[in-house]
Ligand binder design. Structure first.
Ligand SMILES: NC(=O)c1ccc[n+]([C@@H]2O[C@H](COP(=O)([O-])OP(=O)(O)OC[C@H]3O[C@@H](n4cnc5c(N)ncnc54)[C@H](OP(=O)(O)O)[C@@H]3O)[C@@H](O)[C@H]2O)c1
Length: 370
């Protein structure tokens, strides 16, 4: 039975990747950091998943975990992943999102250099995009501390492949969303807002730049690409994207139309939520992944929007039926499935304040377009 270790197991991608690998007969261990509150809502439905404690800032913990679990494959999904917060916490972001990759690679080199390694790189590394669309050869120009930290993670992955012969791949993933996306990200902010308005729990939705364009895919499709990269004869880096862009406005229109509402009656554009420095047009060219991995996205944009709105309606409607008081930041908690029968998959459980109109993987300080 192949063994996989996933860092970032409590996050959106960690939960989908764990599902994917468990379904393929893997023995899966998730690395989670110590938390004073419960944050297992996205993975509590999974049977057969083991959890170990460790932290990307603690090399000793990574060496111990690799030694104890002896994985064949390591997927490094852990990061301070929110662009907006990277301006607020640039050093912590660099330490986790950048240096954390190096610590994990050092742990692999020490414990077992035959481990296959996946690094979760990001389209944010293209930032001020030098060409459109972006592919594996496009020069990088990150526009946030997050993007800079990811770029370090990318290059140190390439460097350990070239220096030590480690089977290390960097997946340069464009935005991918799902009902399990954190509420600080703009797509989820919209789906949650639409559901609240439809259910009479809110009247307006405040957003930033509606004209910002993004290449949005479905997270469940993207984790398959991660796995495919580690099954190839040679380690390489791949762009994973849909190749389509849509504006925030299109997302908003579709989301409101899905529940029979007109977005113009509810959306308030708030200039305070614009990013001070926007990235340029990010749209990915995933032709290498199509050609070499046989990967292609399955869920299209309208289906993604509908899926997210439906999940938030279910979550909030279920909470209401179960007698929850749903204030602006109230609702089902991360501690477990709500009474009244929600699945506990995390498809809509995370409670976060709506301070940011987050972008793709985050917004600017004070918000930004998505
Ligand atoms: N989603 C996208 O569109 C996208 C696109 C490109 C790249 N990425 C990258 O892909 C990865 C997965 O994305 P995601 O959307 O699943 O992110 P996410 O939901 O924010 O999950 C991030 C995960 O990292 C964990 N983590 C944070 N700091 C850690 C530390 N010091 N030690 C150990 N674990 C730590 C978090 O744990 P807690 O629960 O304890 O916070 C969480 O499990 C991230 O690296 C992200 O930057 C995402």
């Amino acid at each position: 039975m192949p063994r996989a270790l996933i860092t970032g197991i409590t996050g959106q991608d960690g939960s989908y990747l764990a599902e994917f690998l468990l379904a393929r007969g893997y023995q899966v261990t998730g690395l989670r950091r110590r938390s004073s509150t419960q944050n297992l809502h996205r993975i509590q439905h999974l049977t057969g998943l083991s959890l170990v404690e460790g932290d990307l800032t603690d090399l000793a913990s990574l060496v111990r975990v690799l030694d104890e679990t002896q994985p064949d494959e390591v997927y490094n999904l852990a990061a301070q992943s929110f662009v907006g917060s990277s301006w607020q916490q640039p050093l912590a972001t660099s330490d986790i999102t950048g240096l954390g990759v190096l610590r994990l690679l050092e742990a692999i080199r020490t414990v077992n250099p035959r481990i296959r390694f996946y690094q979760a790189s990001s389209s944010e590394m293209f930032g001020k995009a030098q060409t459109v669309p972006q592919h594996e050869g496009t020069p990088f120009y990150p526009r946030s501390p997050y993007g800079v930290a990811k770029l370090f993670g990318h290059w140190i992955t390439v460097n350990y492949r070239e220096s030590y012969g480690i089977f290390a791949c960097s997946g340069i993933l464009f935005n991918h969303e799902s009902p399990r996306r954190g509420l600080e990200f703009v797509t989820r902010k919209i789906s949650d807002g639409v559901a609240r308005i439809k259910l009479g729990l809110a009247r307006e939705l405040r957003l930033g730049n509606l004209e910002a364009r993004r290449d949005w895919g479905f997270a469940g499709d993207y984790v398959e690409a991660m796995w495919l990269m580690l099954q190839q004869p040679e380690p390489k880096d791949y762009v994973i994207a849909t190749g389509e862009t849509h504006t925030v406005r299109e997302f908003v229109e579709l989301a409101f139309a899905h529940v029979g509402l007109d977005w113009r009656d509810h959306v308030v554009v708030d200039p305070a939520l614009f990013r001070p420095a926007e990235v340029d047009l990010l749209v990915g060219d995933a032709s290498r992944a199509r050609r070499e991995l046989g990967w292609r996205p399955r869920v299209d944009f309208p289906t993604l929007v509908a899926m997210m709105v439906d999940a938030d309606l279910e979550r909030l409607g279920g909470g209401r039926r179960a007698g929850y008081s749903l204030g602006p930041d109230d609702g089902p908690t991360e501690a477990g499935p709500a009474p009244g029968g929600r699945s506990g998959t995390g498809d809509g459980g995370r409670r976060m304040p709506h301070r940011d109109d987050a972008g793709r993987e985050g917004g600017a300080p004070g918000g930004g377009p998505g």
